[in-house]
Design a protein around this ligand. Structure first.
Ligand code: GTP
Length: 263
């Protein structure tokens, strides 16, 4: 998951390639009803059940409302999903999700999907992608941490944060970005203070302390051109899955709030 264009599909392809090379049984599951094309054809594809284009054409919804409709439709057709996933229950599945951030931060639908997967005995880990190009300064890094943390709190599943497109970051900038990957809370807060008004300095300090104390809210750098970097991300995902094995699966909520589809 992650904002539009943050590199979710590229992440999926990169991990697919890596797993295939390691002879790990892996399949792509597309959960984006608006997806256009994939380098790896998905083994399971929500577009076989419903597409955003059809919903927009036939029901007159906008893209965001249409997407919510698609997920509500999926929730009404869980037999389809269970049936599709049933063939792969011993394998590693990579679910490519849409880029509408509200699906992870305040509409409980992805939470329901994640908890259903747990009910069906899948070990689930959430991977939140943020684009390194977006992180021009510490304030934006803080914004990324807060939105990823909001998704983590909403989904309540094992979770890792990934900083994508690191191959596009210059060596000089990469050195500067080290402060995000191995943070010193005082330096982080000082850095954020440079671009924010005095009134926000205490808040900056609090967020820097949060990042320092909870390693799970930090971002892990992913350079898709570097095999070690890909292996590093995968090992963190595996560790998070293992950590989740000790947790009790959640009951899926049965009250999906009626969403506003007027947009
Ligand atoms: N150089 C480089 N380009 C990347 C990387 N990840 C993604 N891109 C490019 O960024 C653009 C968006 O990447 P996608 O993987 O489609 O992003 P997404 O999050 O799946 O996008 P949506 O599904 O539209 O939300 C594409 O042009 C990719 O080729 C990366 O790690 N390095």
């Amino acid at each position: 998951m992650g904002p539009a264009g943050s590199g979710k599909s590229t992440y999926c392809q990169t991990i697919m390639q890596h797993c295939e090379a390691a002879k790990r049984r892996v399949h792509l599951v597309n959960l984006d009803p608006a997806a256009e094309r994939f380098e790896y054809p998905p083994s399971v594809d929500i577009r076989e059940l419903i597409t955003l284009e059809d919903v927009m054409d036939e029901l007159g919804y906008g893209p965001n409302g249409g997407l919510i409709y698609c997920f509500e439709f999926l929730m009404e057709n869980l037999d389809w999903l269970e049936d599709q996933l049933g063939d792969y229950e011993d394998d590693y599945l990579i679910l490519d999700c849409p880029g509408q951030i509200e699906l992870y931060t305040h509409i409980p639908i992805m939470r329901q999907v994640a908890h259903l997967l747990q009910q069906w005995n899948f070990q689930v880990v959430g991977v939140y992608c943020l684009e390194s190009q977006f992180v021009e300064d510490t304030s934006k890094y803080f914004a990324g941490v807060m939105s990823a943390t909001s998704a983590m709190g909403m989904l309540e599943i094992p979770h890792i944060n990934v900083m994508t497109k690191m191959d596009l970051v210059s060596k000089e900038l990469r050195d500067k970005m080290e402060r995000y990957f191995d943070p010193d809370p005082l330096l982080l807060a000082d850095d954020a203070n440079k671009s924010t008004d005095n009134r926000f300095h205490e808040l900056n300090q609090a967020i820097a302390t949060l990042i320092d104390e909870f390693s799970m809210v930090r971002f892990l750098p992913l350079n898709i051109r570097d095999e070690d970097s890909v292996a590093y991300i995968l090992s963190h995902a595996d560790n998070a899955i293992q950590w989740g094995e000790d947790q009790e699966p959640k009951e899926p909520d049965d009250d999906v709030e009626e969403a506003d589809r007027s947009d």
